[in-house]
Design a protein around this ligand. Structure first.
Ligand SMILES: [Zn+2]
Length: 109
């Protein structure tokens, strides 16, 4: 059985989430690197990368999912960057609003 690397996750939470999502669409995903956490014990999990493998036959379907996942990630990052903070009430307001939706204070640099 040939295993193909499909994605390198930033942390175990992400790796497990992707594995679960792939399982949901009928793809058996295998994580590697997990043994490192128990071996290294105290090290924060976020500095360890986790590789996700799928079987060759599932590669193209898994790749589709990964591409969608990456697109969604990009969008959410973009969203985070395009907020401004109201200086009056500290509410986070999307860039396309010129006034705070909470206190109606106008956006100032
Ligand atoms: Zn405000």
């Amino acid at each position: 059985m040939n295993k193909t690397l499909i994605y390198i996750a930033e942390n175990f939470a992400e790796a497990h989430m992707i594995q679960a999502n792939l399982n949901d669409i009928g793809i058996n995903a295998i994580l590697s690197g997990e043994h490192l956490t128990s071996a290294l014990g105290e090290l924060p999990a976020h500095i360890l990368f986790t590789r996700i493998y799928v079987e060759q036959k599932d590669y193209s379907n898994a790749k589709k999912y990964i591409n969608q996942y990456k697109q969604a990630q990009k969008k959410s990052v973009k969203k985070e960057l395009s907020y401004w903070k109201c200086f009056n009430c500290n509410e986070l307001i999307p860039e396309n609003f010129t006034n705070c939706w909470q206190c109606n204070m106008e956006y100032k640099q």
